[in-house]
Design a binder for this molecule. Structure first.
Ligand code: 0WD
Length: 265
């Protein structure tokens, strides 16, 4: 029996089959979860419908998280189709491309607001709205963060600030939703070549460096992230909440970068 057998999971943030959320959907499907999907806009609709079909689902609904009405209609959609929810996967982030070009000192007011709204507030709003559907269950929520929340990653800029806020939000929400028996955790994923990643200036260099110097000397895959998400949304992690788990092949444990040093002799 799969680890998520009988669980109903909402997956957000699929843009294509390279998206981290796609890897999570794949792992969830393998473990027996029933899946529903959101798409951010009409351009992504067909692709997300195809992904849903691939995972045996016909439940897709538009949800642009910058719009309160979309979050409300998402709730109504799930209420109508399922009447309940066990798992929410929040895999959404956005900042205007210009914000990644220079430094944090150049962050615009508008860029800051957008990054915080789409990447952080959306988790609060979705949690609040979907909470009633989780009533009487031991619900699980997972969101995606990145090391740039903890340390300076050049060019990650306002998104690093947003991820720091996201990780703090996870802790505060963990406290709030524990009253209802639910848990929330973040996965801090190592770099993955996705659409969102390519809007970050110099992403390929960051990817190259991280892959080379992490203890395993390889890149993480969306399947690596998906399998950790299974753990965080299954009963096996019932004592874990408000946590940030790194799925980065150990990159974040390094002080001096071993592999690079070793190669230099
Ligand atoms: O290296 C990476 N790719 C990492 C990503 C390392 C660590 C963390 N992450 C995070 C991202 O910050 C994000 O929170 O993982 C999450 C998923 O990102 P992804 O899988 O790397 O990127 P992508 O495949 O582009 O999916 C992100 C999606 C959007 O795709 P596009 O490319 O169209 O922006 O976030 C969604 C959208 O589907 N999204 C929205 N969804 C609803 N409403 C909105 C919105 N307003 N804006 C973006």
């Amino acid at each position: 029996m799969g680890l998520l057998e009988g669980k109903k999971a909402l997956i957000t943030g699929i843009a294509n089959d390279r998206s981290i959320a796609y890897g999570i959907a794949k792992s969830f499907h393998r473990e027996g979860a029933e899946l529903a999907f959101t798409y951010a806009n009409d351009k992504l609709r067909k692709r997300v419908e195809e992904v849903a079909r691939e995972f045996g689902s016909d439940l897709t609904v538009k949800c642009d998280v910058s719009l309160d009405e979309d979050i409300t209609s998402l709730k109504e959609f799930l209420q109508d189709r399922w009447g309940e929810l066990d798992i929410l996967v929040h895999s959404i982030a956005f900042a205007p491309k210009d914000e990644f070009k220079a430094g944090v000192v150049d962050t615009s007011r508008e860029g800051f607001k957008i990054a915080m709204d789409i990447s952080v507030y959306s988790l609060i709003a979705m949690t609040r709205e979907l909470l009633p559907l989780m009533e009487g269950k031991e619900g699980a929520i997972v969101t995606l963060s990145y090391y740039g929340a903890e340390k300076v990653v050049p060019h990650y800029n306002v998104m690093g600030i947003a991820k720091a806020a996201l990780e703090s939000t996870v802790r505060y929400l963990a406290y709030d939703i524990a009253k209802h028996g639910h848990r929330i955790n973040a996965i801090s994923a190592g770099p993955v070549k996705t659409l969102a990643a390519y809007s970050i200036t110099g992403f390929h260099l960051l990817m190259e460096h991280t892959t080379k110097v992490n203890p395993f000397g390889r890149a993480i895959t969306i399947e690596d992230v998906g399998d950790t998400a299974v753990y965080l949304c299954s009963d096996w992690s019932r004592g874990v909440t408000g946590e940030v788990i790194h799925v980065d092949n150990g990159y974040h444990i390094m002080g001096v970068f071993g592999k690079e040093e070793e190669e230099k002799g």
